[in-house]
Ligand binder design. Structure first.
Ligand code: GUN
Ligand code: ZN
Length: 429
C-alpha cells in the first residue's frame, strides 16, 4: 500500500477551544509530519522521528507550510454557485429574484453535472475537502453532486431540497413526492463510499405541515441520517413563520412539532433565537451552523458564538451562494468580524477549530475527519502563511503560530492553499 510522509508545520487540536483556553487546545510542531497510508493518517509527530521510523516512505517536504485537516463546510447550496454575489436583496426577495430561477434549471442533469463539477473544483482550490450541501428539488441535482463527489473520493453530505408551497410551481413537490424521492435518493447514496444523504426540508415557510411531518417520519425511519434546514435567519422570515404556523410556540417549534428536532439536526443561521429555542436546542444537542459571510451579505444579523458554542455543537459554513465566498478562510475572517460586532473576538484557534473539527463534529463525522490524528481519514490542507506580500510582511513579525496564521485567516484566499489531499491523494499543488 503506497505511503507518503508530509513534512511541514503541523497544528493538531486536542480539545475544544470554546471549553479550554484556546491556545491550549492544540499542539503545534514547527517541524512536524503526517504519515499517510491507504487514504488514512497512519501517524503524526515530529518530522525527524517520523523519518527515522519510516525510512522507506517517500517524503513531500512542504517547508514552512502549515498542515491542517481539510476544511469542512457545514452548510452550502451548490446549485447557487452561478448566482453568488447577486446584489441588493434581503432573504425572501433574494430567494425569489435570484435563487429560485437558478434552482429551476437543475432538472437538467447535464447542467447539474456541470455546476457540481465546477463547484467542487472551486471548493477544493480553497482547501475544503468536505461539504454538506443542499441540492434542489430535482433528484437529478442530488445524483449530479453525489456522483461527482464519489468520483473524487470525497466525504460529502447532501440532500434533495424539499418545498411544497411559497415557491414557483416548477420548484414544488408534495408531502408524498418529497418523502418518496428523498427515500429513493437516500437508499441510492447514503453510505456509498464516503457519501451521506441528508434529509432536507428547505425551511418552514416553503413546507406545509404535512410535508414537514412526512420528512420527520422519514428521519424517524432513518435516524442515522442527518437532517438540515434553516432556522431564524431574518426577522421578517420569523414573522412570516408565525403567520404560517399559528399554533407554534416559536420557529423551532415548527420543526419540533413535526419530528424535525434532534441531535443529528443541522440548523443553519440560528441568529434570532428565543430563550426557549436556545434551551431546547442545547437540551437535545442539536447542531447550529454559523454562516457569517451570508449573514452580513444578506443582512441577517449577528450569531451569538460566545453564548452558543460552549453549550452545543456549532459548525462553520460558507452558505454559498447567500454567502459571498467559496473560501473557509474568508468565512473564518467573517466569523471574526461578526464576533467583534457581537462583542467577542474569536481566537485563531477557535476559528480554525470551527472550520475543521467543529464542523466535523456538527456533521457527526468527528471520528473520521477534522483532526490531524492517526486513524483519521487523510483529508488535508497545507497553508502557505506568506502567500502574498501583504500577508508575508505581517506574518514575518509573528511571535507564535497564532499570530503567524491570523493574517492568512484575515487576508488569505486560494493562493494561500498550497496543497490539498483528499482520501490521501494530492488534488492541489
Ligand atoms: N432560507 C431558505 N433558503 C435559503 C437559502 O437558499 N439561503 C439562505 N441563506 N437562507 C435560506
Ligand atoms: Zn442555506
Amino acid at each position: 500500500m503506497s505511503a507518503t510522509l508530509l513534512l511541514g508545520q503541523t497544528l493538531a487540536f486536542t480539545a475544544d477551544p470554546f471549553t479550554v483556553p484556546p491556545p491550549e487546545a492544540a499542539r503545534h510542531d514547527t517541524r512536524g509530519g503526517v504519515l499517510i497510508e491507504g487514504g488514512r493518517i497512519a501517524a503524526t509527530g515530529q518530522a525527524e522521528a517520523l523519518r527515522r521510523a519510516h525510512p522507506e516512505v517517500p517524503v513531500t517536504d512542504l517547508g514552512q507550510a502549515l498542515l491542517l485537516p481539510g476544511f469542512v463546510d457545514a452548510h452550502a447550496h451548490y446549485p447557487q454557485t452561478g448566482i453568488i454575489a447577486s446584489w441588493g436583496k434581503r432573504l425572501i426577495d433574494w430567494l425569489n429574484t435570484y435563487t429560485f430561477p437558478e434552482e429551476s434549471r437543475f432538472g437538467d442533469a447535464a447542467y447539474a453535472a456541470e455546476v457540481a463539477a465546477r463547484y467542487l473544483d472551486l471548493v477544493t482550490a480553497h482547501g475544503t475537502t468536505t461539504v454538506c450541501s443542499y441540492c434542489t428539488i430535482h433528484p437529478e441535482s442530488v445524483d449530479a453532486l453525489m456522483a461527482e463527489g464519489q468520483a473524487r473520493g470525497m466525504r460529502l453530505a447532501a440532500g434533495k431540497t424539499c418545498m411544497d408551497r411559497n415557491a414557483p410551481d416548477s420548484l414544488c413537490d408534495t408531502a408524498q413526492t418529497a418523502y418518496d424521492a428523498s427515500k429513493r435518493l437516500l437508499e441510492r447514496w447514503h453510505g456509498q463510499d464516503r457519501l451521506s444523504y441528508v434529509i432536507t426540508p428547505r425551511f418552514s415557510p416553503t413546507s406545509t405541515p404535512e410535508q414537514l411531518s412526512a420528512l420527520g417520519a422519514l428521519w424517524a425511519e432513518h435516524p442515522d441520517c442527518l437532517m438540515q434546514t434553516h432556522l431564524s435567519e431574518q426577522t421578517d422570515e420569523i414573522a412570516w413563520v408565525a403567520e404560517l404556523f399559528l399554533g407554534a410556540r416559536d420557529y423551532l417549534d415548527t420543526y419540533e412539532a413535526h419530528g424535525l428536532l434532534g441531535a443529528r439536526g443541522l440548523y443553519g443561521h440560528a441568529i434570532h433565537l428565543t430563550p426557549r429555542e436556545r434551551a431546547r436546542l442545547a437540551e437535545v444537542q442539536a447542531a447550529l451552523v454559523h454562516c457569517p459571510t451570508s449573514n452580513t451579505f444578506i443582512g441577517s444579523g449577528l450569531f451569538d458564538m460566545a453564548g452558543l458554542a460552549p453549550v452545543l455543537p456549532v459548525g462553520l459554513a460558507t452558505d454559498t451562494g447567500g454567502g459571498s465566498s467559496f473560501s473557509m478562510l474568508r468565512t473564518m475572517a467573517a466569523a471574526y468580524e461578526v464576533g467583534q460586532l457581537a462583542g467577542t473576538p474569536l481566537h485563531p484557534a477557535q476559528l480554525l477549530w470551527l472550520a475543521t473539527a467543529g464542523s466535523a463534529r456538527a456533521l457527526h463525522m468527528g471520528d473520521r475527519i477534522g483532526r490531524l490524528e492517526a486513524g483519521m481519514e487523510a483529508d488535508l490542507v497545507a497553508l502557505d502563511l506568506a502567500s502574498t506580500p501583504a500577508i508575508a510582511q505581517r506574518a514575518g513579525r509573528a511571535q507564535d503560530i497564532w499570530e503567524a496564521v491570523f493574517p492568512t485567516i484575515m487576508m488569505g484566499d486560494d493562493r494561500a492553499v498550497a496543497g490539498v489531499w483528499i482520501n490521501g491523494a494530492r488534488v492541489k499543488g
